[in-house]
Design a protein around this ligand. Structure first.
Ligand SMILES: O=C(O)CCC(=O)C(=O)O
Length: 234
């Protein structure tokens, strides 16, 4: 018998009691920052804040979703066959209001993911901390399952988010600082949000939804095709 308590995978989920964990250095910090600088240069003119599904046509995003340390950590959780369901790039410009409300990545008006056959990743291309608008999480909130959600208008960062009716929206959650080149893996039921960037430079982060075969319980027919990365079960 193991000397260490094992996570209760039924209630805690595959990421254990907290519902998230750090993936250190999927890329060297300098490489991630250099990529962020290119992205910032490309989008500064229009002050663009959101790019949807860059993994479909951008080489840099295709490289990130396949980064070996990230992909290996994902495969450890959901098995060898992995596809990308969605990516979502957020550029938070310094001093410009940009709040991402409390939500869960695995459910919205168009989608429901099986939390045991999917995982969300948030990867930092610049240093993310409280000043620059890092994620805030509610550790253990995955145990409450998917919550009723409100559907926001499809503008700005809105994605038909799952805003829990039983969440006290005044709570701060726990800020999770992530250095450039590292990332977080999150249970797709983990409740999280992020605040505006009051730092000096742009904050750039990429959200990725990874799925295993059978990991999608409901998905709008108009959604872009899955992008298989590994395996033959697609
Ligand atoms: O980049 C952020 O600040 C938040 C992104 C996020 O939570 C998401 O895309 O689900």
């Amino acid at each position: 018998m193991s000397a260490h308590p094992q996570p209760d995978t039924v209630t805690d989920g595959h990421l254990g009691p907290l519902g998230y964990r750090l993936v250190p250095e999927w890329a060297a910090a300098s490489r991630a920052r250099a990529r962020a600088a290119e992205i910032v240069t490309a989008h500064r003119g229009a002050s663009r804040e959101v790019v949807r599904n860059p993994h479909l046509d951008q080489e840099w995003a295709q490289t990130i979703v396949r980064a070996p340390r990230l992909l290996n950590a994902v495969q450890d959780l959901i098995g060898p066959d992995v596809a990308v369901e969605n990516t979502f790039l957020v550029i938070k410009w310094p001093g410009r209001p940009f709040e991402v409300p409390w939500h869960q990545d695995g459910i919205n008006a168009r989608l429901e993911l099986d939390p045991h056959r999917s995982v969300a990743a948030w990867v930092a291309l610049t240093d993310a901390d409280e000043d620059t608008g890092c994620l805030h999480v509610i550790p253990g909130s995955q145990r409450g399952g998917y919550r009723p959600y409100e559907v926001e208008a499809e503008t700005g960062a809105a994605r038909g988010r799952a805003l829990g009716v039983d969440i006290d929206h005044s709570i701060a959650g726990m800020p999770v600082a992530v250095p450039a080149g590292s990332g977080l893996l999150m249970d797709t039921r983990l409740v999280h949000c992020s605040h505006s960037n009051s730092g000096a430079g742009a904050r750039v982060g990429l959200n990725i939804r990874y799925v295993a075969p059978e990991g999608i319980l409901r998905r709008a027919p108009s959604s872009p095709s899955l992008a298989p990365l590994t395996g033959t079960g697609w």
